[in-house]
Design a protein around this ligand. Structure first.
Ligand code: HAM
Length: 436
């Protein structure tokens, strides 16, 4: 089959008619995170494979079967990033940011790659908005990170997403928990799937995450981590919950959250939409920086899946901005007018007005149809007569009203004033609807 005109399975194109929705979500998230002190970081799309083996963990599905790994021409093993945390941790370490003032707070919008079975909300290339905070050990940092994720969703109009939280402790208390889990699952070795039998030795907590119905049922009665937390981890979790309570952030304790990545310690959380899709996930990773060769610097963060977020927003009928339209369409008739319109367009664009004019050689009728399709707010027809007099008609495409306007001077000022008036009217509208 000829696949040249087909995007690879699990990938999607964002077409021009939808890209403004992505820009809106990304801009909202980045700007709210900025209010919390997070600054954007950009890291490479590929990293050395062992970065992910070390951080995400050898026993995870991500590392075992989902990474896009290849050898480059220099014989190095390279992997397309399956997530954003490892690259961010590598970058702050490499550039010595952790030797300066702490915490270091970074945010990112990145594409991620996982060779997963593609299905609704699960892709092989997907995008995340995420934040990472290095050097904050207090429980307030956990609550703050969670509240940031919640505020972003709220600002996007998603108020009915549920916050699920759990604590998976530290390596010390988790070792005791692993023993208890092994003892429990060993009673069921005859029923567990082949993959889980392997997990039993290396990382029994992964069994809690198994999608097979039989393993799932067995896991439902397994011991829970919360009962094995050491005193410090229990106190930390209690303090996180107390902060959430103080800020009236509702949550559900979900002892089954284990997360699919190995670097987590203590608090883990997921934000679950009404349709069951997990739109964001994160938690604390106090051992990650050390694992990568740095000092013992605590860390925490979350990432939200942008495809899932947009899908859930559309399903919930959340407000999304309209596609941008142009302020004015200049419709020339004839070659001289086309040159004049081009010169006018250049001048107007220079002042920040969005302008389109004919670049196809259409008839006037076809141009007006096109201007309508563009959603142009105003149109100006320029022919020989207008060139001679220097005066044209500005047509309001919404009301159909026209007014005379000078092409020589004042055009920019008039259009600028009109767009200003419109913005003021919108702000006034907004205030009056808030006041109601
Ligand atoms: P994650 O739970 O693997 O965590 O991914 C975070 C979010 O990315 C998920 O909640 C989901 O919305 C989205 N996502 C994951 N896989 C896919 C997929 N195949 N298709 C579509 N969306 C997907 C992490 O990646 C961690 N790095 C989050 C984190 C940051 N933890 C601490 N800091």
């Amino acid at each position: 089959m000829d696949l040249i005109t087909q995007a690879p399975r699990g990938t999607q194109d964002v077409l021009p008619e939808d890209s403004h929705k992505w820009q809106y979500i990304e801009k909202t998230a980045i700007s709210i995170a900025q209010d919390f002190g997070f600054r954007e970081i950009r890291t490479p799309v590929f990293e050395h494979t062992n970065l992910f083996q070390r951080s995400v963990g050898e026993t995870t599905d991500v590392v075992q079967k989902e990474m896009y790994t290849f050898e480059d021409k220099g014989g190095r093993s390279i992997t397309l990033r399956p997530e954003g945390t490892a690259g961010a941790a590598r970058a702050v370490l490499e550039h010595g940011l952790l030797n300066g003032v702490l915490p270091v707070k970074v945010s990112y919008v990145t594409s991620c790659y996982r060779y997963e079975k593609s299905q609704k909300g699960r892709y092989r290339e997907f995008h995340q908005f995420g934040v990472e905070c290095f050097g904050a050990s207090a429980p307030q940092a956990d609550a703050e990170t969670i509240s940031l994720a919640m505020l972003i969703l709220k600002s996007l109009g998603l108020e009915n997403v549920k916050l699920h939280i759990n604590s998976i402790g530290c390596p010390t208390c988790r070792a005791r928990y692993h023993e208890a889990l092994r003892a429990y699952f060993e009673q069921h070795t005859g029923e567990l799937c082949g993959t889980c039998l392997g997990r039993l030795e290396r990382n029994p907590m992964r069994i809690l995450d198994c999608k097979s119905p039989v393993c799932h049922e067995i896991a439902a009665k397994a011991p829970v981590m919360l009962e094995y937390l050491c005193d410090d981890c229990a106190a930390h979790f209690d303090a996180v919950k107390a902060c959430l309570d103080a800020a009236e952030i509702a949550y559900e304790l979900d002892t089954h959250i284990v997360r699919g990545l190995d670097y987590y310690t203590r608090t883990v959380f997921e934000l679950v939409a009404e349709n069951g899709l997990v739109v964001a996930g994160g938690g604390r990773y106090d051992g990650l920086v050390e694992e990568l060769g740095g000092a013992r610097v605590p860390g925490l963060g979350f990432a939200m899946g942008l495809e899932r977020l947009l899908m859930v927003m559309e399903e919930n009928g959340c407000d999304l901005p309209d596609a941008p339209t142009c302020d004015v369409y200049l419709a020339p008739m004839g070659d001289a007018a086309a040159r004049a319109c081009f010169a006018l367009a250049t001048q107007l664009r220079d002042g920040g007005v969005s302008v389109e004019t004919d670049v196809v050689g259409r008839s006037l009728k076809a141009q007006m149809k096109y201007a309508d399709k563009l959603g142009a707010r105003y149109t100006i027809v320029v022919g020989d007569n207008e060139l001679e007099t220097g005066v044209a008609k500005l047509k309001d495409m919404k009301t159909g009203e026209t007014e005379e306007i000078s092409l020589e001077d004042g055009l920019y000022t008039t259009l600028y004033q009109k767009s200003l008036d419109r913005e003021l009217a919108e702000v006034a509208n907004l205030f009056s609807s808030v006041a109601e």
